[in-house]
Design a protein. Structure first.
Length: 418
């Protein structure tokens, strides 16, 4: 059996195509059941995220075109629409790909941890659909173990590489105990939502979210135990904030120097950490001239992120070494598994031949044939049946000059040494 990983991702296909090929919700189960009805597919799992859609299959042959055509037809697309964007990996390369994906080495953001949870969900869906067999089931369990080893033995996930995470990490350098502090987050987009989540995870004492749309501010704030305000209410709450993070689409600054002077007087000049992620900027650059203000821009964060990416890239090299070892370990298991299956099939065939010959011998005895002749018939016929197929293959190998097969046969059929 062959293992195949086939799909598209953020490196090979634009977002418009990734959206068309995505498989989500109840359609995953439908897709899995369709996949395993293909003549060559024995088992299957599907991983589909915003950045990738991948099929993992155990197949009787390596006909990847079958999978590519199925993926196109499932989405009512012409195969040529997706074919230029598809990649596929067989056997040990498929195992390596799966381990790299789970370890965050194939992600848009190197080392991001969310993909492992998504992969576990993919395994659960396939398991519930009954489309996993021994090989893929074992591979997923091996993958989860290796991903854990990568997280434990390397620093792949320790250095923040998202803007929101970097902003919160810088804040932690100034305020070690978030539980005693208040944060004012300005905006309600993805970056602010991520910053809110990171701060909430760090046990932030109090959170205020300001947004142009008050309803959106309330909705986002309530998800993290905070409360929402309108942009016009920022001056009234600025003095409360030890941490200010802004990320809006405003064309003009929302916080100016005069506003911050007033806030600092109300705070009795306790320090304020400020991060302006917006372009154009939400905080007037002149605010940085005030004492007790620590103001960072998106460019400052990118410097932090680049340094952290270098750290992750070093960790990624260590992770690749772990994966090399673990790919060979899994493939050794696969070879052993295939050998056991081959031995089982060979023994089953031999037992069928034995039973057929034995039945004939019993019929001969029932008809009064000489037992000695029956025994000779039984021994001769059974020997011929068991040696016929190997003899034919060895003769063909000799005629074709297949030295490797001949040497293997010699090793297999070498008489036992006393």
């Amino acid at each position: 059996m062959s293992l195949i990983a086939l799909g598209i991702n953020h490196r090979t296909a634009p977002v418009e195509l990734r959206e068309q090929v995505a498989i989500s919700g109840e359609r995953v189960t439908e897709a899995l059941h369709e996949l395993v009805t293909l003549p060559t597919v024995d088992e299957a799992a599907i991983l589909s995220t915003c950045n990738r859609t991948e099929l993992y299959c155990g197949m009787q042959d390596g006909q990847v075109d079958t999978l590519a055509e199925w993926l196109a037809h499932f989405h009512r697309l012409e195969p040529e629409t997706i074919r230029p964007h598809i990649y596929s990996f067989p056997n040990d390369d498929a195992v390596r790909h799966l381990l790299r994906v789970a370890g965050g080495l194939d992600s848009m953001i190197l080392g991001e941890p969310q993909i492992l949870g998504q992969m576990k969900a993919a395994w659960q869906m396939a398991n519930a659909a009954g489309t996993l067999d021994a090989a893929l089931g074992r591979l997923f369990q091996h993958t989860f173990s290796v991903a854990k080893q990568i997280r434990t033995d390397t620093a792949i996930g320790e250095s923040p590489v998202s803007v929101a995470f970097a902003a919160v990490s810088l804040a932690r350098q100034i305020f070690s105990d978030f539980s005693e502090h208040t944060a004012l987050l300005v905006g309600a987009g993805e970056t602010i939502e991520l910053a809110a989540r990171h701060m909430h995870d760090q046990q932030l004492g109090r959170m205020v979210i300001a947004n142009r749309t008050l309803e959106r501010a309330h909705t986002l704030a309530s998800a993290f135990g905070g409360y929402g305000i309108g942009l016009d209410e920022i001056p009234a709450h600025l003095a409360e904030a030890d941490i200010v993070i802004t990320a809006t689409g405003s064309s003009e600054p929302l916080i100016d120097k005069a506003m911050m002077k007033t806030a600092l007087r109300g705070r009795k000049h306790k320090p304020v950490f400020m991060v302006d992620i917006a372009v154009p900027r939400d905080i007037d650059p002149a605010v940085a001239d005030l004492e007790d203000i620590y103001l960072y821009t998106v460019d400052d964060l990118h410097e932090v992120i680049q340094e952290n990416l270098k750290s992750r890239e070093q960790a990624a090299q260590q992770a690749e070494e772990i994966i090399d070892v673990q790919v060979e370990r899994f493939m050794a298991w696969m070879r052993g598994h295939d050998a056991v299956s081959t031995i089982r099939d060979y023994r089953r065939k031999a037992e069928q031949q034995r039973d057929q010959v034995l039945e004939k011998a019993q019929q001969m005895l029932a008809k009064g044939k000489d037992p000695q002749q029956v025994l000779e018939f039984l021994a001769r016929t059974l020997t011929n049946k068991l040696t016929h197929a190997p003899s034919v293959r060895i003769r063909q190998a000799a005629e074709n000059g297949d030295i490797e097969l001949l040497q293997t046969a010699l090793e297999l059929f070498k008489p036992d040494q006393d």
